[in-house]
Design a protein around this ligand. Structure first.
Ligand code: ATP
Length: 241
């Protein structure tokens, strides 16, 4: 039996009385690289927000590492959809990465030299150290996404949630992100990633949740990533599994 790190029971979420997730039971396997796939409007972002307690539930229960989200916040890194972030906010690259350290700071709430060192190392890892004093508004889409990855690296979380981190990024950034996910897995971490490109699912992930308001299938990529399940989620298109 696989170890379950996130357990979702009976989760339903609605916007203005319109249900977007309905009665979902989901198990996320510890130390997996799990993709969430589904057509536009399937509720993928809403599922992540529901798990993280950022959206009010109509019903349901979520436990992470056997606990309520409020007790395990330090262990969780969340990279939201790039388009939902206000990139005009006046702040520098290094300050964004340092935010990853804030969950670890005590009541004084000021990053120490060691935090700065970790933030710089994270930027170095993703090839962005030379941009550390730049305003985030002055970065390309791929560079912005890499800064978010650096923030997640600096946080040193146990579970990484990413909402379409590969949307609109260049090849180099895509490789940086996938290398990060694979390296994190080697260190025992778990990642849960909203993903659009069905052609790369098999290379990038080992587990998958196929969603269309309800979970159509979940499990190992090799077992459930089938044409039949994609069809059930209305998302085969011209894709051949
Ligand atoms: N703040 C909101 N208020 C009202 N409706 C919303 C809100 N956010 C999302 N929705 C609706 O909920 C449904 C699910 O949205 P969600 O963003 O979770 O889907 P998704 O699967 O992530 O979609 P995409 O692949 O297009 O990003 C959609 O019909 C969307 O229009």
């Amino acid at each position: 039996m696989d170890d379950i790190i996130i357990k979702v029971e009976d989760l339903s979420i609605a916007y203005d009385d319109k249900p977007v997730l309905w009665d979902n039971d989901i198990d996320i396997v510890k130390n997996s690289r799990t993709a969430i796939v589904g057509p536009n409007g399937a509720g993928k972002s809403t599922l992540i927000k529901g798990i993280l307690g950022l959206k009010k539930k109509l019903s349901g229960k979520v436990s992470i590492m056997g606990k309520d989200i409020r007790e395990v916040k330090k262990e969780i890194a969340y990279i939201p959809q790039s388009s939902s972030v206000n990139w005009d906010f006046p702040t520098t690259v290094i300050d964004v990465v340092l935010m990853g350290r804030y969950v670890h700071l005590g009541w004084i709430k000021r990053p120490a030299k060691s935090d700065l060192k970790l933030a710089e190392e994270a930027l170095e890892k993703i090839g962005m150290l030379e941009f550390k004093d730049r305003q985030i508004s002055q970065l390309s889409g791929g560079q912005k996404q890499r800064v978010f990855i650096a923030r997640a690296i600096a946080q040193d979380a146990t579970i990484y949630f990413m909402d379409e981190p590969l949307a609109g990024v260049d090849n180099k950034t895509e490789n940086v992100i996938i290398d990060f996910l694979k390296e994190a897995q080697k260190k025992g971490k778990t990642s849960v990633v909203v993903h659009h490109d069905l052609n790369t699912v098999k290379d990038y992930f080992d587990h998958i949740i196929i969603l269309n308001k309800r979970v159509v299938a979940q499990g190992k990529v090799e077992d459930v990533f089938t044409r039949e399940n994609l069809r059930k989620a209305s998302m085969v298109g011209d894709f051949i599994v």
